[in-house]
Write a protein of this length. Sequence first.
Length: 408
Amino acid sequence: MSTIKVTNIEHASTGNGGIQLDNAGHVTIDGQQLPTTGALSNRNLIINGEMKVSQRATSKTNLTGTVNAYYTVDRFRFENHSESSANNSVWTMEQSTDAPDGFTHSLKCTATTADSDYGATSSQTNIHTRLEGQDLQHLKYGTANAEKLTLSFWVKSSVTGTYLAWFYQLDDNRHCTKKYTIDSANTWEYKTVTINGDTTGVIDNDSTQGLTVRWLLGTGSTFQGGTYLDGNWAAFTNADTYEGQTATVASTVNNTFLITGVQLEVGEKATPFEHRSFDTELDLCKRYFQTSYGYGVGIGSATYSGGSIYRGNTATTTSPYVPFRYMKEMRAIPTVTCYSPGTGAINKVGAGTGSGGADQDWDAGVSSTGRQSFMYYNNGVLNAQNVRVYPTVAYFHLYAQYTAEAEI
C-alpha cells in the first residue's frame, strides 16, 4: 500500500477551499477544522455556551463586596471578592443581545463603579462555569493518556491587554492557566487556548464539581507573583493562580466584558461551535436549576400560571402536604423556595376559601425534598409574639410557585 503526501487537495479550477493538512496531519475541509480526536458530535462540554438560556433573570445590578452565585445566564456564575477594603467595584451582570454573527446573546459584565486597585489581597472578580466529574471521564485524567483540551470563545471588552483562562480540578486541588489577548477595544474577537492533559490529578466519577473554567476580570496580588503555568497542570498555589494577567476590567467606570460561543472540547484544535436548539439547552440547564414560572416570567411575579394548585373537596384548617414533581430530575437534592402565586411573596404559599374572597399568604413549608419531587404545605405564620399560628378559617385551595436549585 502506498501513501500520497500532500498538504492541499483542490479542484483544478479553484484556488481555495478543498482539503488542507497541517504538519501534524490535522485536517481542514473548506476552512472548517475537523476534530483531532474524539467524537464528531456532542463535543462541547459546556452547557449554555451561547448564553441564550437565562431562567432566573436577564439582569442583576449592584453586585459588590463578596458575592458568588448564578444571577442571570444559566450555568455561568459571577464571583466578586472584596477583602480589607480592596476591590470596591460594583457590577451589573446581564444577558445581552450584543453578539457576534451567528449568535444571538452574550453574557455582559459592566463595572458601574470603578476600582483599579485590588491590593495585596485575595480580592478578585471573575465569571466561571463548573462541570460534573462524571461527564469528564473520557479525558482520562490521572493516566499517561490524559487528553488535551481546547477552549474557544468569542470575547469583547473595552479593556485591551492580557487575560487568563483558569482551569481548576477540585478533587486533587490542581490548576492550569493559559493566556489570551484582547487586541482591539469594543470589538468581538475569537479566541482559542489549548491545555495539556493532567497525567497526575484524577477527576472523580460522580455528580460533583469535576472541572471549573474561569475568565478573570481582575485580581489582587495574593494570586500573582509565582509561575505562569502556560497550559500545564500543577498543584494549586496562590501565587501561580492568576500569574500573567495584566488587564483589570474595573479600572474605569462603565468598562465592559462580554463573552459568548464558549466551547470546551477534547483535542488540540478548536472546531466550529456546536449549536444546540433552545429546547435542548434549556433542558440541560434544568438539571441544575428550574422554576415553575414560565420562561421569561420573572421569579416572584404574581401569577398562578405554571404553579401548583391543590383543590380539596372539604374545607380544612389542617394543611395537606401537596406533592410537586420537577420537570426534570435534578443533579442533587435541591434547595426549594416557594412563592405565593397571588402576591409573589417569597417563602409563602397561598390559601383560598373558595368563597370568592382573596387568597391569604401563609409561610411555606417544604418537606420530602428529593431529586425528582418535593411536597409543600401551609406552615402557618409567626405572630408578634414569635409564636407560630395556623388558619382558623377553613380553606379548600392551596397554591404555590417554586424554584429548585442544585447547582455545582
